[in-house]
Design a protein. Structure first.
Length: 126
């Protein structure tokens, strides 16, 4: 991933926090998906929601990229029902054998990649 400016990381933080709200994630789930451990506070989430830039951390920015990609793919799959993505993420999916959100939390970036590839067939084309 290319170097992002502080402004770009601030804009990205706002986008990711908005997606988390759309997905109806609790703070612990948000911290897990963005790659922060449980010692991070909800204040950090609030700061990001208001535009404080995400850290210049390659893994966190890669997770944010996956979150954006998954969100976009869910919008394509469910274009008419804005509540369906949150439902889809939380409910058991036969393809995964569990809820897609559980895959993303339990398997981290690899799980996020798996969910994104399932939703968007263009992912993984090299």
């Amino acid at each position: 991933m290319t170097q992002m400016s502080e402004q770009d990381r601030g804009d990205l933080a706002i986008l990711v926090m908005g997606i988390f709200e759309d997905w109806r994630l609790d703070p612990e789930e948000q911290l897990e998906l963005i790659g922060r451990d449980h010692t991070a506070s909800q204040r950090e989430l609030t700061r990001w929601r208001h535009g404080t830039p995400l850290p210049d951390d390659e893994q966190m920015l890669e997770r944010a990229r996956h979150i954006l990609g998954i969100h976009e793919a869910l919008q394509v799959v469910f274009p008419r029902n804005p509540r369906q993505p949150a439902f889809w993420l939380r409910n058991r999916n036969p393809y995964f054998g569990t809820a897609p959100l559980a895959v993303m939390i339990d398997d981290g970036l690899a799980g996020m990649d798996w969910v994104w590839r399932h939703l968007d067939c263009t992912q993984g084309w090299r």
